[in-house]
Design a protein around this ligand. Structure first.
Ligand code: SAM
Ligand code: SF4
Length: 455
């Protein structure tokens, strides 16, 4: 079968794209129709280098993010459950050839301890992460999902469990779907075949095609919220970004549903990995911003995820360029919230959830702990129907405000009196008067102690 990634075709487009201010501006204008961009258009945007054009691109990305999602940032935390791995990805601290790493598979009690800690911090969404190993099979993952959903603390519970693990078989995906998975996430790492082969010399992950088509298997098994991504630093960022866009259009054409999320990790130093200290195509901050802005314009409906790999100052800039989901208060080692072992890679943002929420609120963003779409069945095609024309905004904004108020009241991140004016101002921007009035009434209910109400 011929892959949907036509390497020579993509490299040809990069090579033949010459920056033209006229085309650049036409493409920026077109992006405001919220219909996305094709890869030639994205290549033109990626080819800009001068500050004046970069400013135009960044400003358009910020505006388009607001048109689709408003000023909300959805929060989540990763939950690492195992660092055993049969693969040897050269950039990763968990690779099996790293003999200095202390290995750990956390047991149910430790999972409960970590989850209770995350609930006590205010988290409502988790991303379960693990190395690839026989222990991390579908039955085990289904049990973990059920365990996590069953943990109830006085102040809250986890309402959405997403997963980032190696591909499962069709029957395995069915099992975790039945157990209540939110999004299934898997990063291709690099779409460049030769680089992929070099970076993944052994283990099941060395099969490029199996990884490339893992999402197809998940979709066929009924998991219709899927997340894709690239590990930036392995190969040319322009190639990776255009290939990501190819992956999006391939999924959209085949399943009528593009990716629910796109992740943009950059390689961070990891123990036992010299490549991670000196990535072959290290992505500079300015090119990283460009990638995020172009993705926002090209796939406006997709959630763009930023992790704590990045430092606070840069994270704050990237929120204005189209990032819509972020992790905070993260640990990347199994049992990391209740013990102190070595993580998968170094973090850039060590602040607590509370510190990040206060900071983004000061910057005019709404910290959202919303899990409504998934619980209302607005997944896959149903979600896309709302997200593509920008109609998800009203739900997002209202649900963000409801969960933000809940968080402030329950976790006392700041006095409620300090944010009441901010919430009122945001409510006033809800265009649909029925949703606006219903939001006001639900906010009152939350003030009186009701919890977990959403649109
Ligand atoms: N083991 C599964 C896999 O590889 O698909 C899933 C979990 S893996 C821990 C999650 C992601 O971490 C990988 O897909 C990779 O992109 C990222 N990662 C690995 N090493 C990294 C590093 N040194 N810096 C930043 N991200 C890294
Ligand atoms: Fe294992 Fe995933 Fe790390 Fe590769 S990236 S070594 S598969 S944990």
């Amino acid at each position: 079968m011929k892959s949907f990634i036509d390497e020579q075709g993509i490299l040809g487009i990069i090579h033949n794209t010459k920056f033209s201010p006229v085309s650049f501006r036409e493409i920026i204008n077109k992006a405001f129709s919220l219909k996305g961009l094709d890869i030639r258009e994205a290549a033109m945007l990626l080819s800009c280098t001068r500050d004046e054009y970069l400013s135009e691109l960044f400003s358009a990305a910020g505006k388009i993010k607001e048109l689709i999602y408003g000023r909300r940032l959805v929060f989540f935390a990763p939950l690492y459950i195992s660092n055993f791995c049969t693969n040897n990805c050269l950039y990763c601290g968990f690779r099996n050839k790293n003999k200095t790493l202390k290995r750990k598979l956390i047991d149910t009690d430790e999972i409960k301890q970590d989850v209770e800690f995350l609930i006590s911090e205010g988290h409502k969404r988790l991303l379960v992460v693990a190395g690839q190993d026989n222990n991390i099979n579908a039955d085990y993952l289904a049990d973990i999902i059920k365990t996590i959903y069953s943990i109830n603390k006085s102040k809250g519970e986890i309402r959405r469990v997403n997963i980032n693990v190696a591909p499962l078989e069709y029957s395995g995906f069915k099992k975790i779907k039945k157990a209540g998975i939110g999004t299934y996430q898997i990063f291709q790492e690099t779409y460049h075949g030769g680089t992929y082969k070099f970076m993944h010399p052994s283990g099941p992950k060395s099969d490029f095609d199996a990884r490339l088509y893992a999402i197809d298997v998940a979709q066929a098994a009924g998991i219709d919220d899927v997340g894709i991504g690239v590990l930036f630093g392995l190969y040319d960022y322009r190639f990776e970004t255009l290939a990501l866009l190819k992956h999006c259009s391939y999924l959209d054409d085949k399943f009528g549903v593009g990716p629910h999320t796109i992740s943009v990790p950059r390689i961070e130093p990891a123990s036992g990995s010299s490549i991670s200290n000196n990535p072959p195509y290290k992505l500079s901050d300015i090119d990283f911003k460009k990638v995020i802005a172009v993705l926002r314009l090209a796939v406006p409906y997709a959630g763009l995820i930023l992790s704590t790999r990045e430092k606070p100052a840069l994270r704050n800039e990237l929120f204005n360029l189209g990032i819509s989901q972020i992790s905070a208060g993260s640990r990347t080692n199994p049992g990391g919230y209740s013990s102190d072992t070595e993580g998968q890679f170094s973090l850039g943002d060590y602040r607590t959830l509370k510190e990040v929420v206060c900071d983004v609120t000061d910057r005019g963003f709404i910290a959202s702990f919303c899990t409504a779409c998934y619980r209302k069945g607005r997944t896959g095609g149903d979600f896309m129907e709302l997200a593509k024309p920008g109609n998800i905004q009203e739900f997002c904004l209202s649900n963000a405000l409801l969960t933000f108020k809940e968080y402030i009241l329950d976790y006392k991140a700041m006095p409620i009196t300090d944010v009441e004016g901010f919430i009122r101002k945001q409510v006033a921007t809800i265009k649909d008067c029925r949703i606006r009035e219903a939001t006001v009434s639900r906010l009152k209910k939350i003030g009186k102690g009701e919890r977990d109400i959403y649109f």
